[in-house]
Write a protein that binds this ligand. Structure first.
Ligand SMILES: [Zn+2]
Length: 558
């Protein structure tokens, strides 16, 4: 049943009106703790330092802590703070300063949105957009520079595809490319789409940098603003933690500054962006850096193996079903990849590799296996990001090598209209195969890959449980044997994600000693009709026992 609780009725007043209390109590809550030893409770008690003292019954805890400050949940549902195991914070923040093209159903709609965005920009400044997807258009073909040139003859235009693995640029932007795009050469791990020798204006994977590198970088202040916007987005949808795959050393320094000045309202688990300066720095720190406040850490490197399925860049063992002769792209050469993994291993850094196709995933498994050698059963917690399409024989190897599959439920429901075209029916057996991983006892961590998908984790929980789109299609769900239960879905976004970040003794479950990170929801995730899972909203989001988001205050601010 859906509770009709109004956000304003939550008694948060106690927090600010009373003198400083040693203990705070959340009472009259319907708590799903995710702790198998005590799955349900009605009250939480925590100390000022943000650690839980007790999880139990409202009457009991009121008796035990008579002087505690009180937060009355008025019967609302409470779950552990949600953790997105794969979300790009800076990318999310940039969506606030870029033109949002997500969902556009035609090139005309894209041009309209771009013109509106350009109206706010000074002359000559690059117009950046993201989120186009030719699969949504009547003619499902890559666009070209010519589509943009009439409206934008002088201003460089740079538009990322929805999966981040291809860009569409205009002629003015191509003029800034770091190398001439025409001719018959191709860059390592990428593709310049051409007609004859002439670049058409679409660059895939490793070719993206040819134009991306020419875009003036964000200023320090713009970076801070982008992060701030992303933090606000995240806590407003109930996220208390995000694993952020791929941060540069410069951007990490901005985050360190923000964490030190108390501007980071949630827990960020940062991953160094490949074998570059951030990884070198992390190695110099002994492989792990954490701030004193528990809001920022880095102990991981994010590497890339292949591209994405939508742009046919995912590396497949056999040809694309709808593009014969094409088996996708390795964005990192096997030698460079292996030496990055070896370096991380030597530095005690956790490795997380993007792998989508069955060939990409196999290469990651082979490399992990060979680098880990006899130490595969150590507590390394190496991860495969996406683990999207697997040869069935390769799934048990995740368990053998003690790897974590970091998967994004909404990728399945976003890709389902065309995944079979790309892969054919047979290969779909190992695609988005959450239940097969669970069957092999592979730890799962769930995320969204925002801003590729929306940041709201309720959409991921809904997709995980139903494998349907928001219109309830297809009936019964797509490849429904791979759906997961509500508890399994919530575990992926709480304790599963916590485990993938070595944080299972701090967050992901509500039990004594853990951090008081939780979300008060406007309905019960475990009992609402499936479609309503997607519409659940946080009334408030709490990190270290402090409200970092309150829906009523957010409403009042508008
Ligand atoms: Zn990603």
């Amino acid at each position: 049943m859906r509770l009709s609780l109004r956000c304003s009725s939550i008694a948060l007043l106690a927090m600010s009106a009373l003198p400083l209390q040693a203990t705070t109590l959340l009472v009259n809550a319907h708590i799903h703790t995710m702790d198998p030893a005590r799955p349900e409770a009605t009250a939480l008690a925590w100390k000022d330092d943000g650690h839980l003292l007790a999880v139990g019954d409202t009457a009991d805890l009121q008796k035990r802590y008579p002087d505690a400050a009180k937060v009355d949940a008025q019967g609302a549902t409470v779950i552990p703070g949600l953790i997105d195991a794969h979300g790009h914070m800076l990318g999310l923040g940039m969506t606030h300063i870029q033109v949002d093209l997500v969902g556009a159903s035609s090139k005309q709609e894209i041009l309209d949105r771009l013109k509106a965005g350009a109206a706010k920009l000074p002359k000559g400044v690059w117009l950046i957009g993201r989120g186009w997807d030719q699969n949504r258009w009547a003619v499902k073909q890559f666009p070209s520079a010519a589509d943009l040139d009439a409206a934008f003859p002088d201003r460089p235009v740079y538009l990322e595809r929805v999966d981040g693995h291809a860009v569409w640029v205009n002629t003015a932007a191509m003029k800034h490319a770091t190398k001439p795009l025409d001719g018959d050469w191709q860059p390592q791990g990428g593709r310049i789409v051409r007609e004859g020798k002439k670049a058409t204006g679409v660059l895939v994977d490793g070719a993206v940098g040819l134009v991306a590198d020419a875009i003036p970088p964000l200023t320090h202040e713009q970076t801070r603003e982008a992060y701030k916007a992303a933090f606000a987005d995240a806590v407003a949808v109930g996220l208390t933690g995000v694993h952020d795959p791929g941060v540069s050393l410069d951007d990490f320094k901005v985050l360190q500054e923000m964490a030190a000045s108390g501007e980071v309202p949630l827990r960020l688990y940062e991953m160094a962006d490949g074998n570059h300066a951030a990884l070198d720095w992390l190695c110099s720190q002994g492989g792990h850096w954490a701030d004193a406040g528990g809001r920022l850490q880095m102990r991981t490197v994010k590497l890339y193996m292949d591209g994405a399925l939508g742009s046919r860049g995912a590396a497949l063992l056999t040809d694309y079903n709808d593009d014969h002769g094409n088996r996708g792209i390795l964005v990192t050469s096997p030698d460079a990849y292996r030496s990055a993994v070896e370096k991380a291993y030597r530095c005690h850094v956790q490795v997380a590799t993007h792998a989508i196709g069955d060939r990409g995933n196999r290469m990651v498994l082979d490399t992990y296996q060979s680098v880990l050698g006899d130490h595969a059963d150590s507590d390394h917690r190496w991860r495969v990001e996406h683990a999207q399409i697997l040869a069935l024989d390769d799934i048990p190897r995740f368990a053998k090598l003690r790897l974590i599959a970091s998967m994004q439920p909404t990728h399945a429901t976003s890709d389902m209209p065309w995944a079979e075209q790309r892969l054919g029916a047979e290969r779909l057996k190992g695609a988005y195969a959450w239940q097969r991983f669970i069957h092999e006892q592979v730890p799962l961590a769930f995320g969204s890959d925002f801003p590729v998908e929306q940041v709201n984790p309720m959409l991921g929980l809904y997709a995980a449980v139903t494998r349907q789109d928001l219109n309830g299609q297809p009936p019964g769900g797509w490849l429904p044997d791979q759906r997961v239960s509500r508890i399994q879905a919530l575990a992926g976004f709480t304790r599963g994600a916590a485990f993938a970040a070595f944080m299972e003794n701090e967050v992901g479950t509500l039990k004594p000693g853990m951090r008081a990170d939780f979300v008060i929801l406007d309905g019960d995730l475990m009992t609402v009709p499936p479609r309503q899972i997607a519409d659940l909203k946080p009334l408030s989001t709490w990190v270290d026992g402090k409200a970092v988001y309150q829906a009523d205050k957010a409403e009042a601010a508008h």
